[in-house]
Design a protein around this ligand. Structure first.
Ligand SMILES: [Zn+2]
Length: 506
């Protein structure tokens, strides 16, 4: 059904016009390098290109106040000094004469993506947008964000398509407090955010970003905050949070639509995040979310300030949305102690709301959120930051055949699958081996020989990345295993555990 890609060069046409160290990292090149990487890798060509549109006033008012919208609308007509004064009332955000226009396009792009996915034009997609959205609030800009693109998209999906349950996964390294405030009393929107927190020392330094902010009233249990209380988190830390926290809850919630606040400042090399997860981890995070909501997933760009890791991470995400298998994860050493502590706190706090967590252990007796207030401030100083170097993610192959089926005569191959033909010319070497090791004399019939030989063919195609995965219907599963497993083990050497074959006894 395809993957939508939404991008418009217009959103590169605003930038910081004065000196502000806290805003200098939010540059137009973020969008340019991301899009160029998608074009250069051939991924953009494989996507369905969907045009942006301007969000209407009514769209923006789904989340923001009339007063705030009218104020933002006046910014294109302000002098530089007036604009600086206007910015001063908010935190870490800048305005530009063209930013109102770009902000309506960014929100409109998220809505176009929701429309494309909800009408079935595509299965999933990504919107590359600036300005980002997840910090902006009902009545205020914040953290480079003007309008809350993803929050508007969630409200829009509920209103226009009657979507009952929306899951918002915010893997940006900052807490999307704007999204939390918007939905904290709304049980139809489950908001999950992990964020650098360091016991409330990291921006936006809010008490309500901690694990015990679970939502309010009817929305209690539908706001999940996972604080990272130290930097340098690795792929193992990210995966463990998905597997032990987000995914069990997400399955229980059973969303109709998944929206991702896709910020890549959580990737290695980012000056804001200072984490060590490599760009290929986003292939896995995306892949794990694609199993929810019938695959209806809309990723909307948020942060990401290291241009190299940003572009690589965007490519990993889009390639996975397109259906290519994720690369094999490397160096998974298990979560660190700080991650286990955060995980423990969130699971304990949420066990009263989610049956999948009902066996979670009690909260630790110490006060986790404040216990590290004596943290050495010098740890965060400029001098202590080390430059990270990481290899470019290896090129991911795209098998021409997604699913191959080896079926006996008379069974129809389902649409979208490839029928693996039954071997007619048998390789004499394989026949000898099969006769020697697998088939007894009494079973030496040509049917069994050709089926097992075809199975070996299928495994060889997988070895050459011509086929992604396969299903075989065989008469004797134990013989099929005896035949294929040693072959795969010797042919693929240490890759045999990568073979994804299902055997079904017929
Ligand atoms: Zn961020």
């Amino acid at each position: 059904m395809g993957t939508a890609l939404i991008y418009d060069e217009e959103m590169t046409r605003y930038k910081l016009l004065w000196v502000d160290p806290s805003c200098k990292i939010e540059v137009p090149e973020r969008l340019i390098v991301s899009y160029e990487a998608l074009v250069k890798s051939g991924l953009a060509d494989r996507c369905v290109s969907v045009p942006v549109r301007e969000a209407t006033d009514a769209d923006i008012l789904l989340v923001h106040s009339e007063e705030y919208l009218q104020a933002v609308k006046t910014t294109p007509f302000m002098t530089l000094e007036e604009m600086q004064d206007f910015c001063a009332q908010y935190g870490d955000v800048y305005f530009h004469p063209n930013i109102y226009h770009c902000a309506t396009l960014a929100a409109g792009a998220a809505l176009q993506l929701v429309d494309s996915v909800m009408t079935g034009k595509v299965r999933n997609g990504m919107a590359l947008v600036r300005p980002p959205g997840h910090h902006s609030m009902h009545n205020a800009a914040s953290g480079f964000c003007i309008f809350n693109n993803v929050a508007i998209a969630a409200q829009y999906a509920k209103q226009k398509y009657g979507v009952k349950r929306v899951l918002i996964v915010d893997w940006d390294i900052h807490h999307g407090q704007g999204v939390q405030y918007c939905f904290e009393d709304d049980p139809s929107v489950l908001y999950f955010s992990w964020h650098r927190y360091e016991h409330q020392k990291f921006w936006p330094k809010l008490r309500e970003s901690d694990f015990d902010s679970v939502g309010k009233e009817k929305g209690a249990g539908f706001n999940i905050n996972l604080p990272w209380n130290k930097v340098d988190m690795q792929n193992s830390d990210y995966l463990s949070i998905f597997h032990h926290l987000l995914l069990p809850i997400a399955y229980e919630f059973c969303p109709d639509l998944v929206l991702v606040c896709a910020g890549f400042d959580s990737a290695i090399g980012d000056p804001e995040g200072e984490m060590c997860a490599t760009p290929d981890i986003f292939a896995h995070l995306t892949h794990l979310l694609m199993n929810l909501a019938g695959g209806k997933l809309c990723a909307v760009l948020e942060g990401g300030y290291n241009l190299t890791s940003l572009a690589q991470s965007v490519c990993q995400t889009v390639q996975t949305l397109l259906g290519d298998p994720p690369p094999r994860p490397a160096n998974l050493d298990g979560p660190c102690q700080s991650t286990v502590e955060s995980l423990h706190c969130v699971r304990s706090t949420h066990r009263q709301y989610w049956s999948c967590l009902k066996h979670a252990a009690d909260l630790p007796t110490f006060d986790v959120s404040t216990k590290d207030l004596s943290l050495d401030e010098s740890l965060n100083s400029e001098e202590s930051k080390e430059e990270h170097v990481w290899p470019e993610p290896p090129k991911r192959l795209t098998p021409a055949i997604r699913a191959a089926l080896l079926l006996p005569d008379g069974i129809t191959c389902p649409d979208g699958c490839y029928r693996q033909s039954v071997s007619e010319c048998l390789d004499p070497l394989i026949v000898t081996k099969l006769k020697e090791n697998i088939l007894t004399d009494s079973e030496d019939d040509s049917n069994a020989l050709s089926t097992l030989s075809s199975l070996i063919d299928l495994v060889e195609k997988m070895e050459k990345d011509e086929v992604c995965s396969g299903l075989a219907l065989v008469h004797d599963v134990s013989k099929a295993m005896k035949c294929v497993v040693p072959h795969a083990a010797s042919a693929l050497k240490n890759r045999y555990n990568n073979v994804d074959l299902n055997y079904t006894y017929l």
